[in-house]
Design a protein around this ligand. Structure first.
Ligand code: UT7
Length: 362
């Protein structure tokens, strides 16, 4: 039987840092509120295109696997903040990488985009249809943020990550997965005026509107991720004792604590970086996985449990058995173009626009 080993990994976090104190300069919030309710201290703001972040993380993952882009036969991109919808953004990335033999697919399942992509890519390798797949997850969510909404704007950040998965005879990679969707709660997270629904034809798209039922999402997130974790452990005939590290979606430290409690795993075995980046949606898991490797938290053969949830409300969990190699084969020198602005300077035109719009509405 074929398996899909993770052979390369990489992340790209843009350099401009937006702290809680920065947010408090233009909205009615405090570092104390954000830190105590979410654990987030700062997040990053992208100064270039989303695809630039995706390409840098992809180049780093390809170098770690020592793979030439022309060897890829599929690129799966999990994101809802693509540069372009036609052509799809996975094809922009394929062209820039020189992945001339790869099919290119965008996946939009919001925060679960990476886990959904890993599941799809793994199963396409298992069937023999594909052999070398690049799975990318990331978001340029600051672009779609409503900067007049303090209950949403403080939670998110920009970042991207990627992994390479390759066919292997060894029983490694994603050994069990469970994905699903609580579609009855689809409007609990909604960007209200994006899309081609007929009802939106007259809407103003200069200002992005959000529906966001934080507490509802919180409750459903913990419940669905915990059930999915139990499911994948059951599928693999394992218990939490077998799990070396949990690498979950990073949305809120309180959600991670509740998940750990519900699954029955102590906090020291849960990887957390939400304080540095906030919720980067589809970017959280590949960035966290890369940082867990950089920090020597993963050893050969380790069992990693991952779980995610997001708009849809999509959810999922995956159990990964790591292979023999935990160090990159090569380093890439790919990087973003230099950034000469602070995060507040990058965001200034959007903040002004949203504040004016909010004032006009009241
Ligand atoms: O990846 C999926 C994305 N979705 C999520 O991650 C959402 C999951 N949900 C959450 O993380 C939490 O529900 C939140 C962090 C969004 C909110 O935390 P909470 O403890 O559920 O707070 P709350 O919604 O009950 O709000 C409490 C108060 C409200 O004021 P009143 O009505 O009690 O006077 C809010 O208006 O906090 C107020 N508030 C704020 N205050 C200062 C809301 N946002 C802010 C803010 N700064 N940024």
């Amino acid at each position: 039987m074929l398996h899909a080993e993770i052979t390369g990994w990489g992340k790209c976090v843009p350099p401009a840092v937006l702290s809680n104190e920065d947010l408090a300069t233009f909205m009615d919030t405090t570092d104390e509120w954000i830190t105590s309710r979410t654990g987030i201290r700062e997040r990053r703001v992208c100064h270039c295109n989303f695809s630039d972040m995706a390409i840098v993380s992809a180049r780093r993952a390809l170098a770690a696997a020592d793979l030439d882009p022309s060897e890829l036969d599929l690129i799966l991109l999990g994101s809802l903040t693509n540069d372009s919808y036609c052509p799809n953004t996975a094809s922009l990335i394929a062209d820039s990488l020189g992945a001339r033999n790869a099919a290119a697919i965008d996946i939009n399942s919001a925060c679960t985009g990476f886990l959904y992509g890993l599941h799809i890519g793994t199963n396409l390798i298992r069937t023999g249809a594909h052999k070398k797949v690049l799975v990318i997850g990331g978001e340029f969510i600051s672009h779609y943020m409503n900067w007049a909404r303090r209950d949403v704007a403080v939670l998110f950040g920009d970042a991207c990550g990627a992994v390479v998965i390759e066919a292997s005879e060894e029983p490694v990679g994603l050994i069990a997965a469970k994905i699903g969707c609580e579609a009855d709660a689809k409007y609990a997270i909604q960007i209200t005026n994006l899309g081609s629904a007929y009802s939106r034809l007259s809407e103003e798209i200069l200002y992005v509107g959000w529906n966001f039922e934080g507490q509802e999402v919180f409750k459903r997130a913990v419940k669905s991720m915990a059930l999915a974790c139990a499911d994948v452990l059951d599928q693999a005939g394992m218990t939490t004792d077998d799990v070396k590290l949990v690498v979950p979606h990073q949305a809120n430290k309180r959600i991670l604590d509740s998940l750990a409690k519900r699954v029955g795993i102590e906090e020291s075995r849960v990887f957390v970086n939400v304080h540095k980046y906030g919720n980067t949606s589809a970017g959280t898991i590949p960035v966290a996985l890369t940082e867990a490797l950089e920090e020597d938290r993963i050893e050969p053969g380790d069992i990693i449990l991952s779980a995610s949830f997001g708009a849809g409300l999509t959810w999922g969990a995956g159990l990964i058995r790591w292979g023999e190699r935990v160090a990159p084969l090569r380093q890439s020198d790919a990087d973003l173009p230099p950034c000469d602005q602070t995060a507040l300077e990058i965001l200034a035109p959007q903040i002004e626009r949203y504040n004016e719009h909010a004032k006009a509405e009241t």
